[in-house]
Design a protein around this ligand. Structure first.
Ligand code: ADP
Ligand code: 5GP
Length: 211
């Protein structure tokens, strides 16, 4: 075991279960995978509900999928120091509030964060020490098809997301940036890989709820 791993274990023991960051291009399958995980392990994981200034998609629930806010509201809360990290993505603001993470950690659940690449870079500067997992599409063409089939984006938003995806996939090549990169081709295979890397944390969380 490397000293890094030993150190992160020691920190985890002091601060409770290690959070998990899911990142990767929009449309790669992060929400699909994390919803499966939260459904299969209801009392193990809790989602850090981010703030965003984008409009809700059909079916998205305020306070569950995101806290949907105006740019003014969000800027005010950011200035007040309420955010761990925040970023501009595809013309909208997104951010993780301190309260969102604390709400999950207060229940002793493993906190899952879904953030973009800027979020990853900024979280690396904090003392959160999460497990970093990147979910990637098998190709840009597949990503485009998934985003089109999802029918949630305008043509303009779709193009912005594809541009961001190309940058994201280039930056993701940086060695050591992630604990795991999952290529989400077959969903069940991708889900198995996600469960495998989290197995130890899941077991710890399940044991702590038993005791
Ligand atoms: P993200 O949260 O990363 O933006 P989603 O989870 O919304 O991505 O997935 C984008 C779209 O692709 C959704 O319509 C989802 O049902 C679909 N999808 C996700 N994973 C797969 C997969 N392995 N094969 C085919 N379609 C997938
Ligand atoms: P979407 O609009 O598709 O829900 O999300 C767009 C992008 O914003 C995705 O890459 C998603 O990971 C990212 N995102 C969602 N919440 C946050 C957040 O709190 N912080 C950051 N930095 N990115 C976020």
């Amino acid at each position: 075991m490397t000293w890094r791993r030993l150190l992160s274990r020691a920190l985890a023991a002091m601060t409770g279960p290690r959070p998990v960051v899911l990142t990767g291009p929009s449309g790669a399958g992060k929400s699909t995978l994390l919803k499966k995980l939260m459904k299969d392990y209801e009392n193990v994981f809790g989602f850090s509900v981010s703030h965003t200034t984008r409009q809700p998609r059909p079916g998205e629930v305020n306070g569950k999928d995101y806290h949907f806010v105006t740019r003014e509201e969000m800027q005010k809360e950011v200035s007040a120091g309420g955010f761990i990290e925040h970023a501009e993505f595809s013309g909208n603001m997104y951010g993780t509030s301190k309260a969102a993470v604390q709400a999950v950690q207060a229940q002793n659940l493993i906190c899952i964060l879904d953030v973009d690449m800027q979020g990853v870079k900024n979280l690396k500067k904090t003392d959160l020490h999460p497990i970093y997992i990147s979910v990637q599409p098998p190709s840009i063409e597949t990503l485009e098809k998934r985003l089109r089939d999802r029918q949630t984006e305008t043509e303009e938003s779709l193009q912005k997301r594809l541009n961001a995806a190309c940058i994201d996939m280039e930056l993701s090549k940086e060695p050591g940036l992630f604990d795991l990169i999952i290529i989400n081709n077959d969903l069940e295979e991708a889900y198995s890989k996600l469960k495998a890397i989290l197995a130890e944390e899941i077991q710890k969380a399940q044991e702590s709820t038993k005791s």
